[in-house]
Ligand binder design. Structure first.
Ligand code: SF4
Length: 687
């Protein structure tokens, strides 16, 4: 280790996953010297994973963008460095021209889970107050939109019901569609500790994930069968007297409809739909039903389905039936958000139908409040969701895309379609750290900065608002998304107000009852706060709904949702199911983690394949195989593992040269438009 002293430190929040670990960044001579977890920090309690702790070299990677880039002609002409003034003028002039000629709804904006709350607040304000459109969305559309809608309908708020601290008291954890060991490692480690201390563990996942090895019951369900599994468990809870009758009759609604539906879900039928033994399903129900303080932890394996919202609702049913939510000592339902600030991006109103705090744009009183504060006219009609923006661009209705800090051409499903949408636009503006796949399609690229160079806040997966503080200065002329939005608004002849991040949070708090008690000064003084936090003397609510649920009738809403088949089914031409997900060493597009020593841990993409399938195809470990879906063909080296079931395979999407999302399905959740990343019908051909 370099013995020279560091000359700058900052306590901040990890910019990788939604756990939101508190980290101390030690900087020397303008670079990160080390990152250490903060002892006693509320979420991570002195721990950090291989990403948060070691994957920081990207911040001084030589290919960081340090000047704006523009093109002199069409997309065939190369991007070249430009001054800020030139790039802002090009972007502002062309945006204004498109808005004036084709109307504000001809522009689509995508904000970022990598951006701070204050930046997301400013992005949606830019869309609504400067451009005049509700066409603003963020990547939660592609991951946890079903959580926002499902949890709101079931309980009242668009977030998990409890603080992660409540896991300390659980005696049974049901993990569904989440692999915390790789995707949220600090929580994965905490769950292991809880199990070693005696908590029972139920894992519901099509893969034999790491935690399944120590589970009491593993339901290795067929991909897409979540609703059948949860309905089957619900039926057992009711039939075998595990339900909390008093809770159901005093604090829940919808029991009659659910009971009627569950007549069709005896365990043997539900188990058949899921491809598992009925005894396994009954054993899981018994464990959950007999626990005193059961907890539910779920992830994208529930939401990223054609019926993802149904998955969230039917999983929430289990906590309601058991009376394990909104009661003293309960552990509730925790949704494991993927990216660091995917909760906050939605909380701040980077959504086509919601202003900050999930206040609906169609509510005239809400709009009037924002209009007065912003001196603007927020449109009443909801805007386009991300995938609808792409369809509208291809149809010629959306003429400009403004993408902040997301590599949509690599990470969004059916990426060939995304590229067609970008190609169809007259103007693409992008903020990023690097020349990403999306930036390569852009007309103007603004050099942005990562969390290590930012001031603001993130919201982690348990609704905890935490400070982000800069440890480094930006290289060259790179600037924060916050500054870029201000500069672009000014170049368009508008002012966004709130010139500093703490001012933006103050403005958001003044307009948003659920954040009314939040300020940077308070976070700096008192530490993280959960939302809702309705006043400056309220502590914030980690465990929600102890008095009443925030639904219209104050009751937790049971949902009667039938099992429906996935959007895409295997057939004779595409007989296998491809599942996509996360790997420990990398994160999402990999743009940050690939530029760190983590790259050596996982240097390229692989396809996890069961040995039986490999033997049938004559493949051995490391052989190349062409994977074809109804949209594209991509070549992978195979990695043989029996953690995946025969007929299924698994991979991630961290490498642009292995474009997994060229394959993925265009099916979406019927309620939220969330893509079905978890099920793509594919064929395999050895190369
Ligand atoms: Fe960062 Fe998540 Fe790892 Fe914590 S668990 S250090 S938040 S990547």
């Amino acid at each position: 280790a370099d013995p020279r002293p560091v000359n700058r430190t900052a306590i901040t929040t990890c910019g990788y996953c939604g756990v939101g670990c508190t980290l101390r960044v030690h900087a020397r001579d303008g670079s990160v010297a080390a990152i250490t977890p903060v002892h006693g920090a509320p979420v991570n309690r002195g721990h950090a994973c291989v990403k948060g702790r070691f994957a920081h070299a990207f911040s001084r990677s030589r290919d960081r963008l340090t000047t704006p880039l523009v093109r002199d002609g069409g997309r065939d002409s190369p991007l070249r460095p430009a001054s800020w003034q030139e790039a802002l003028t090009v972007a502002a002039t062309r945006l204004a021209t498109i808005r004036d000629r084709h109307g504000p709804d001809a522009i689509g904006m995508i904000s970022s889970a990598r951006a701070t709350n204050e930046e997301n607040y400013l992005a949606q304000k830019f869309a609504r107050a400067v451009l005049g459109t509700n066409n603003i969305d963020n990547c939660s559309r592609l991951c946890h939109a079903p959580s926002a809608v499902g949890l709101t309908a079931a309980f009242g708020y668009a977030g998990g019901t409890n603080s992660v601290d409540d896991l300390d008291h659980t005696d049974c954890i049901l993990i569904a569609g989440a692999n915390p060991t790789e995707a949220h490692p600090v929580i994965g480690a905490r769950i292991k500790q809880l199990v070693l201390r005696g908590a029972r563990l139920i894992v519901i996942d099509p893969r034999r994930i790491d935690l399944a090895e120590m589970a009491d019951v593993h339901i290795q369900a067929r991909p897409g069968s979540n609703v059948a599994v949860f309905n089957g468990i619900a039926r057992v809870l009711l039939d075998q007297g595990y339900a909390d009758e008093e809770f159901l009759h005093t604090r829940a609604s919808g029991l009659d409809e659910l009971t009627t539906l569950l007549a069709d879900y005896p365990p043997d039928h539900a188990a058949r739909l899921a491809g598992v033994a009925p005894e396994t399903l009954v054993a899981a129900a018994r464990l959950y039903g007999t626990a005193h303080r059961p907890a539910i932890v779920y992830g994208l394996g529930i939401t990223e389905h054609a019926h993802g919202t149904d998955g969230v609702r039917t999983l929430s049913n289990l906590a309601i039936l058991k009376g394990a939510v909104g009661t003293p000592g309960c552990c509730g339902v925790l949704s494991m958000r993927g990216q660091n600030n995917v909760q906050g991006a939605s909380d701040m109103g980077a959504l086509p139908d919601m202003l900050p705090g999930y206040q609906h744009v169609s509510d005239p009183d809400v709009r009037a409040r924002f209009n007065r504060a912003w001196q603007a006219e927020v449109p009443a009609r909801p805007g386009l969701r991300i995938l609808d923006m792409f369809a509208s661009a291809i149809a010629g209705r959306v003429r400009a895309m403004y993408v902040i800090g997301e590599d949509i051409a690599q990470t969004d499903p059916d990426s060939g379609n995304v590229r067609r949408a970008l190609a169809a636009c007259d103007l693409v503006i992008n903020h990023d750290l690097f020349l990403s796949t999306t930036a390569e399609h852009a007309d103007v690229v603004f050099p942005a900065v990562p969390f290590l160079e930012k001031d603001g806040t993130f919201v982690n997966f348990d609704r905890r608002i935490q400070r982000v503080r800069p440890a480094l200065d930006p290289p060259g002329q790179a600037r924060s998304d916050f500054d870029i939005l201000h500069l672009l608004a000014r170049a368009m002849g508008a002012e966004l107000g709130c010139p500093t991040p703490d001012g933006a949070m103050a403005e958001c708090a003044a307009l948003t009852p659920t954040f009314a008690g939040i300020s940077h000064a308070r976070l700096d003084r008192d530490g993280p706060l959960h939302w809702p936090c309705r006043s400056t003397n309220q502590p914030g609510e980690g465990r929600l709904y102890l008095d009443s649920f925030a639904t219209p009738d104050g009751r937790a809403a049971l949902a009667a949702r039938p099992y429906l088949p996935p959007g895409e089914q295997p057939d004779t031409s595409f007989p296998y199911v491809l599942i996509t997900g996360r790997r420990l060493a990398h994160y999402n597009s990999g743009s940050m983690s690939r530029r760190t020593p983590n790259q050596q841990l996982h240097p390229h993409e692989v396809l996890d394949l069961h040995p039986d399938d490999a033997a049938r195809l004559g493949l051995t470990d490391g052989d190349l195989v062409e994977v074809s879906s109804r949209r594209a063909t991509v070549t992978f080296p195979v990695h043989l593992t029996d953690s995946i079931a025969p007929g299924e395979m698994f991979t991630a999407f961290n490498f642009p040269d292995t474009p997994t999302n060229a394959l993925t399905s265009d099916a979406t959740d019927t309620e939220t438009g969330c893509p079905e990343y978890k099920i793509t019908a594919v064929s395999l051909n050895p190369v």
